[in-house]
Design a binder for this molecule. Structure first.
Ligand SMILES: Cc1cc2nc3c(=O)[nH]c(=O)nc-3n(C[C@H](O)[C@H](O)[C@H](O)COP(=O)(O)OP(=O)(O)OC[C@H]3O[C@@H](n4cnc5c(N)ncnc54)[C@H](O)[C@@H]3O)c2cc1C
Ligand code: FES
Ligand code: FES
Length: 477
């Protein structure tokens, strides 16, 4: 049992005794360290004003940007933290800062530290400086003053400035088991925070504390605290589990450990099918993809999560674990009804198994959202069809945003199976799709819009209009 966490902050070793497990890094930086360069804009991972850079030697690249507003302090144990205050050396600005100054990339300045830190991660990781890559790097940073053009100009010029000496310590090589027990001074409720090191420890702990909250990347859970003031009594942080980020190609498909972040899974999914890479690239922002996991996206049971529709269409399975026992479950059967998944007490998602798409099959995936990048789907449609002599011999269509759970369009599938691949049959299936779902209206889209768009996506799939894919290399730190 240990009650102290340690990390480096701008190159200096720091120890924090008995931190509240759900104290956000942002609040700690601003309130305890008075490092107020890191700003709070939204406290929900959207605006990027709180962006800081983390160093972790177990990850490639080692340095990456995250949102401090939704990261809990103990998640940083054993890592290196760099804030905007840590960049300048002896009065000399870092090239990223210098470029932003000289290209007028800052006006009111509120967003600037966040941009600096996103660009700093990009700079350290030698990221490309083309428009697409920079847009991707900065999609999670909002600026209401500059119109972005001067920021992009600065980003393109940042390597033209002389480098300054980096005196930051390397992140620690190893993590130790972290187990904190502490008293919440406000409620006097005992809070527990565990960071098991391996899967067996995790499985045992979760049996012991079946009501514990599993904390993966925290990109959902962070908001429970910052937006809903949730008091989380027992957390099991799986972000530090050895082997829980593995991605292995096996005979039955790609085995993705549930703890793999979007950043880590992007390339492997892109290689499986570019459409899968593209949906990951458009998920949240660089900061969110650096921490959010595929396991969290499935486990949260959200009807508008981006990963379930394509994974269901491809026939993916979950590997669920409880104690020493594991079971495999078709992903589509995991979602029972809104807020209810087929997961027993003490059981967690160990891995997702994604079969290799049949080379003879067509596969397409469409995300419809109000904003192209860094936005939640209004609906997401995934289509998988195998044709033999122009006859549809296998068809799987899955949607998010059309029902209370991600689900297959069974009536549309039935209307197509065994039929010829032609427009008349597709149009009949579009009608049948109307029987599959009764979508709801909300701030993202009206029910009518969703219904019409879903039907049109099927036609788009038939017409072979795939969504455009960006190259897989676009993701950096
Ligand atoms: C700014 C922002 C933008 C976003 N954009 C998108 C988007 O475009 N598309 C999208 O789909 N989502 C988006 N999200 C939502 C979120 O990032 C994803 O759902 C993410 O995948 C959650 O993963 P996580 O590791 O952060 O989960 P966490 O927040 O750690 O956990 C989420 C839930 O899953 C449970 N859990 C996690 N791992 C496991 C496991 N292995 N076994 C059992 N239970 C587990 C947790 O207990 C919790 O209930 C966004 C979020 C933010 C803040
Ligand atoms: S404060 Fe807006 S992303 Fe963190
Ligand atoms: S400079 Fe004002 S918000 Fe970006």
């Amino acid at each position: 049992m240990r009650d102290t966490i340690s990390f480096t902050l701008n190159g200096k070793p720091v120890e924090v005794r008995n931190p509240d497990p759900t104290l956000t890094l942002l609040n700690w930086l601003r309130r305890e360290c008075v490092l107020t360069g890191t700003k709070e804009g939204c406290a929900e991972g959207d605006c990027g004003a709180c962006t800081i850079v983390v160093g972790d030697s177990s990850r490639a690249p080692h340095w990456y940007a995250i949102n401090a507003c939704i990261a809990f302090l103990p998640m940083l144990d054993g890592k290196a933290i760099i804030t905007v205050e840590g960049l300048a050396r002896n009065g000399a600005l870092h090239p990223v800062q210098k470029a932003l100054v000289e290209h007028h990339g800052s006006q009111c300045g509120f967003c600037t530290p966040g941009f600096v830190m996103s660009l700093y991660a990009h700079y350290r990781n030698n990221g490309a400086l083309d428009d697409a890559t920079l847009n991707d790097t900065l999609a999670g940073n909002l600026c209401r003053c500059t119109g972005y053009a001067p920021i992009i100009r600065a980003a393109k010029a940042m390597r033209d400035y002389p480098t300054i000496e980096e005196t930051l310590l390397a992140p620690r090589q190893e993590r130790k088991m972290l187990a904190l027990c502490m008293t919440d001074p406000l409620t006097n409720t005992i809070k527990r925070y565990f960071a098991p090191q391996n899967l067996d420890e995790m499985a045992t702990l979760y049996l012991q504390y079946p009501d514990a909250i599993i904390l993966a990347g925290g990109t959902d859970i962070g908001l429970w605290v910052t937006k809903k003031n949730a008091v989380l009594e027992t957390l099991i942080d799986i972000g530090q589990l050895n082997g829980f980020k593995e991605i292995i190609q096996r005979q039955d498909g790609l085995h993705i450990s549930a703890g793999a972040s979007y950043h880590e899974v992007h390339e492997a999914l892109f290689d499986l099918h570019p459409a899968l890479g593209e949906i990951v690239r458009r998920l949240g922002s660089t900061q969110i993809r650096n921490t959010g996991t595929i396991g969290g996206n499935i486990a949260n049971g959200s009807p508008i999560g981006d990963m379930p529709p394509p994974l269901i269409a491809l026939g993916s399975e979950l590997l669920l674990r409880k104690g020493d026992a594991t079971r495999r479950l078709a992903l589509e059967d995991f979602f029972i009804e809104y807020g209810k998944q087929d997961r027993q007490k003490g059981e967690f998602i160990e891995a997702v198994i994604v079969p290799k798409p049949d080379p003879a099959a067509r596969f397409a995936l469409y995300k419809i959202s109000k904003r192209f990048d860094q936005d939640i789907s209004a609906l997401c449609g995934a289509f998988y069809a195998r044709l033999d002599n122009n006859q549809i011999t296998n068809i799987r269509i899955a949607f998010g945003g059309m029902a209370a759970i991600p689900a297959r369009a069974k009536a549309a599938e039935a209307a197509l199976l065994g039929k010829d691949w032609n427009e008349a049959n597709i149009r009949a299936a579009m009608k049948a799709l109307g029987d599959d779902f009764t979508p709801m209206s909300d701030m993202r889209a009206s029910a009518d819009y969703r219904q019409q768009a879903a039907q049109n996506l099927l036609l788009k799939f038939y017409l072979g209009q795939d969504a455009p894919y960006l190259a897989k290399e676009v993701q950096h730190g």
